[in-house]
Ligand binder design. Structure first.
Ligand SMILES: *[C@@H]1O[C@H](CO)[C@@H](O)[C@H](O)[C@H]1NC(C)=O
Ligand SMILES: *[C@@H]1O[C@H](CO)[C@@H](O)[C@H](O)[C@H]1NC(C)=O
Ligand SMILES: *[C@@H]1O[C@H](CO)[C@@H](O)[C@H](O)[C@H]1NC(C)=O
Length: 322
């Protein structure tokens, strides 16, 4: 029995097409728009331009924040829910971080300058800044990340449905095991998501909560790291619930060491004494003038304005100091 050459050629071609499709399938970077992946045998090898070099990366899970920040080499207002003492906000924004080979932040960061400081495992500054001799003895772990989001509209949605939708987005999109999402709660338009993962709970393969926070922040800001064919959505009954103004808080396993410029008790005491003296002065003045029958409304108004001004000034100061 002979097989016609045409048939052989056809079979060979079909075979070729199938193989190339199988190889081409899914060999793209699911976790970075700029990831460059090439099929190599059965493997899909991905690289990302990090700093000046093309660095091999694993594109099947979120890429460590240190690499992402290095690649990019800067949130809204807080709500009323009390923040845990020691909560850090990433006010410093972006710097050019030094990463370990596995994408973990080096404990000391200098942003390629002479000024150095210590960071936590989320890369957020947790000490004051110093010179090149600044010492950081360990990388303190951020075991708790609070993601605060604001809903863009007030459409009423059952809380349980919204909670489930948010948790699904986090577990599916960022590959974070559900056990690390410890709480989701609502306060008017604000959404608070607690992600907790301490040193003992996290296995080397688990996505870090700080990486999830970073991906999510970028997603909500409309500047996604994940390719656009997989858009960020919080789906309730097939409908996206739009959110905005992400704000992320980082709480470390050890208290941070940033010296706070707060009003000390001494300064507060002085302010209170001055305020009491001024109020007493106005009362005495009004009473004595009234007795003498020389009470002038305009004068009192001027004094009241002066006092209000003084209070405003204190309040401004207060804001700046907290
Ligand atoms: C890091 O350096 C860049 C460029 O010199 C600068 O714009 C940025 O503000 C620095 N960031 C910090 C946190 O010092
Ligand atoms: C880590 O978290 C687990 C579960 O919440 C807790 O049992 C454990 O004591 C924690 N470990 C540390 C070192 O804080
Ligand atoms: C939020 O609502 C405003 C006004 O309706 C709209 O312009 C904006 O695109 C919305 N943002 C998101 C993230 O949906």
């Amino acid at each position: 029995m002979t097989i016609s050459p045409l048939f052989r050629l056809g079979a060979a071609l079909l075979c070729c097409i199938l193989i190339s499709q199988a190889l081409g399938q899914d060999c793209s970077c699911n976790f970075h728009v700029k990831g460059d992946c090439q099929a190599n045998g059965n493997a899909c090898v991905c690289k990302l331009p990090i700093g000046p070099d093309l660095t091999p990366i694993d594109c099947t899970k979120p890429i460590p924040k240190c690499f992402l920040m290095k690649r990019e080499s800067n949130p809204g207002k807080g709500g009323r829910r009390p923040k845990p003492e020691n909560a850090l906000v990433d006010n410093d924004g972006l710097y050019n971080p030094d990463c370990e080979g596995n994408g973990i932040f080096k404990a000391r960061q200098c942003n390629n300058t002479e000024t150095c400081w210590c960071v936590n495992s989320a890369g957020v500054r947790r000490t004051d800044k110093g010179d090149k001799n600044w010492k950081c003895t360990e990388l303190v772990r951020t075991f708790w990340v609070i993601v605060q989001l604001t809903r863009n509209n007030t459409d009423s949605i059952p809380e349980a449905d919204l909670k489930k939708a948010i948790a699904d987005t986090i577990t599916n999109r960022y590959k974070l095991p559900a056990k690390f999402i410890t709480n989701i709660e609502f306060e008017g338009p604000l959404i608070y998501i607690d992600l907790k993962q301490n040193t003992t709970e996290k296995t080397p393969n688990d996505v870090d909560i700080a990486d999830v926070g970073y991906y999510m922040e970028k997603d909500v800001k409309g500047d996604p790291i994940i390719p656009l064919d997989n858009p960020f959505q919080i789906l309730v009954n097939g409908k996206n619930v739009p959110v905005k103004e992400p704000l992320i808080y980082y709480i470390d396993e050890k208290p941070h060491e940033i010296s706070m410029k707060r009003l000390t008790a001494g300064v507060i005491a002085v302010i209170v004494v001055v305020v009491v003296a001024i109020v007493a002065g106005i009362v005495v003045l009004v009473l004595t003038r009234r007795k003498k029958g020389r009470y002038e409304k305009a004068e009192v108004h001027a004094l009241v304005n002066l006092t209000v001004g003084f209070f405003k000034c204190i309040l401004d100061l207060w804001d700046n100091c907290l």
